[in-house]
Design a protein around this ligand. Structure first.
Ligand code: NAD
Length: 501
């Protein structure tokens, strides 16, 4: 272990502390293989300490006035804005995406922080007056207690910010387990959160992998777990944490289809498709990774390929780069293997992005835009989430056939239709069985006034991140039925029925 390298701290009870673990993992710049720092795999005892601190802090935090909670997030959003350049640079160095896209990653999280600052308008109960004579019923949304969040590598700013701001704004305390692949920008955001005034013990961070995640799932003092990541791990987390009695939400893998009708605006559609398939090197859960061309739109494939060829592949911090590296050499090898499987299984390789020449970065995990046509279910490149800059194209004859095709895929994170026809768009919106739909919008990730509503195999649990749904996720509805006796009230005698009298 190189003692010179920055080592990620744990955050327990307001203090940044070094883990006592003997297991450390390198954090690697995916464009250069430079080791940027090290992340500990915390011990189960350290998870217990973090949970104990959060449990203690909950006693006072749950009673903290709305205005006090809201003002912390007002300050926090300003601090994030003030540090945007620094945050994006850290993110690009450890994750790989381009600097403008890294700013986008921070910004989409910042929007949730702004939403958390509006908590006073969000965490509202209901009251019904005179539900029986002299009786009122009202409900309050009370925080659950200690909640936890487990995040993936692909949005190391946005996804942690989906979680702890709303959990804490609603009065809970929190344990965050960032991705072990790129925890540095997450930790900087955590430092800024403390600077904004989050009290000690209210936000805690433990690093690690499977053991720490399992300890979170099992811990009796954690009341709810929010997970974003792969379907395999998310399913495990959902089952294990549910079995331990927790409320759980898991946002998982995807295969998002964009349906292009021949009446769509061609130039705008091709621009949208290229950006949504290859941006962030395809490492977005909402990437448009499958293109369904309907009828005459299949003639646009050569122009799509030509446009994809114009994208510049390179390190995310270089000006003009469109496609950065994949997160790790293992991810790169996996995606190259999937491309080979596509060729072997008979798809037509329209554009081969393997082993691009990136000057001065021979070691980087680069794959350029890759396009297959003639793709069918049963091929691995269709059946699996590639999570790289690979677009697969399917051809169908009608809108009805396109809708049936998309609905037959088990995933339901996002989909889009490109058309100039309101009637076609409305039919698609009504009949498509996918939780987030774009109409001429390739990546329909909702802003936090709404919730993230991926569906079917892309999600476990009913309530999604941010928006109104997450207020329900992080609170328990308590319903109070109250009667206040006036001294002069005449008694009705004993009521042995279930009716309110
Ligand atoms: P991942 O599932 O490998 O990791 C997610 C988290 O789980 C990490 O914190 C990791 O440390 C932990 N983890 C990994 N292996 C584990 C194990 N065996 N047991 C317990 N915990 C484990 O996911 P990733 O590769 O970091 O992220 C990419 C995936 O996330 C893709 O499938 C992508 O579609 C998905 N994703 C989904 C959404 C969404 O909103 N639906 C958003 C972003 C990413």
């Amino acid at each position: 272990m190189n003692a010179e390298l920055p080592r990620m701290s744990l955050l327990i009870d307001g203090a940044f502390v070094q883990s006592s673990t003997t297991t450390w993992k390198d954090i690697v710049n995916p464009a250069t293989q430079e080791v940027l720092g090290q992340v500990p795999f915390a011990t189960v005892a350290e998870v217990d300490q973090a949970v104990a601190a959060a449990k203690e802090a909950f006693k006072t935090w749950r009673k903290t006035p709305i205005g006090t909670r809201a003002r912390i997030f007002l300050k926090y959003q300003q601090l994030i804005r003030d540090h945007m350049g620094e945050l994006a640079a850290i993110l690009t160095a450890e994750q790989g995406k381009t600097l403008p896209d890294a700013e986008g990653d921070v910004f989409r999280g910042l929007e949730v922080v702004e939403h958390a600052a509006a908590i006073g308008n969000l965490q509202l109960g209901e009251l019904a007056n005179n539900v029986a004579t002299g009786v009122d019923t009202y409900s309050v949304l009370q925080p659950l207690g200690v909640c936890a969040g487990i995040t993936p590598f692909n949005f190391p700013a946005m996804i942690p910010l989906w979680m702890f701001p709303m959990a804490i704004a609603t009065g809970n305390t929190f344990i965050l387990k960032p991705s072990e692949q790129d925890p540095m920008v997450t930790m900087r955001l955590v430092e800024l959160a403390l600077e904004a005034g989050i009290p000690k013990g209210v936000l805690n961070v433990v690093h690690g992998g499977e053991d720490v995640v399992n300890a979170i799932c099992d811990h009796p003092d954690i009341k709810a777990v929010s997970f974003v990541g792969s379907t395999k791990v998310g399913t495990h987390v959902y089952n294990r944490a549910s079995l331990a009695g927790k409320r759980v939400q898991c946002m998982m893998g995807a295969k998002n289809h964009a349906v292009v009708l021949p009446d769509a605006n061609k130039e705008q559609t091709l621009n949208a498709m290229v950006g949504a398939a290859f941006g962030a090197a395809g490492q977005r859960c909402m990437a448009a990774s499958t293109l369904v061309v309907v009828g005459a739109a299949r003639a646009w494939i050569p122009d799509l390929v030509a446009k994809a060829k114009t994208l510049k592949v390179g390190p995310g911090n270089a000006a003009g780069v469109d496609v950065g590296p994949l997160i790790s050499t293992a991810a790169c090898t996996r995606v190259e293997g999937l491309i080979e499987s596509g060729i072997a299984q008979g798809a037509t390789l329209e554009l081969d992005g393997r082993k691009p020449q990136v000057e001065g970065h021979a070691q980087g995990n680069f794959i350029g835009p890759t396009i297959f046509s003639g793709v069918r279910p049963g091929m691995r490149i269709y059946d699996e989430e590639i999570f790289g800059p690979v677009l697969v194209i399917v051809e169908v004859d009608t809108l009805e056939a396109a809708i049936d095709f998309v609905n037959a895929n088990p995933n339901g994170n996002g989909t889009a239709v490109f058309t100039q026809s309101g009637a076609a768009a409305r039919k698609f919106q009504e009949e498509i069985d996918v939780g987030q739909v774009g109409i001429n919008v390739p990546i329909p990730v909702p802003v936090p006034l709404f919730s993230f509503t991926g569906s079917r195999a892309s999600k476990l649990g009913d309530l999604g991140p941010y928006g109104k749904q997450v207020v329900m996720f992080y609170t328990q509805t308590k319903t109070v039925t109250a009667r206040w006796f006036d001294d002069d009230t005449l008694g009705h005698g004993v009521n042995t029925t279930i009716s309110l009298k």
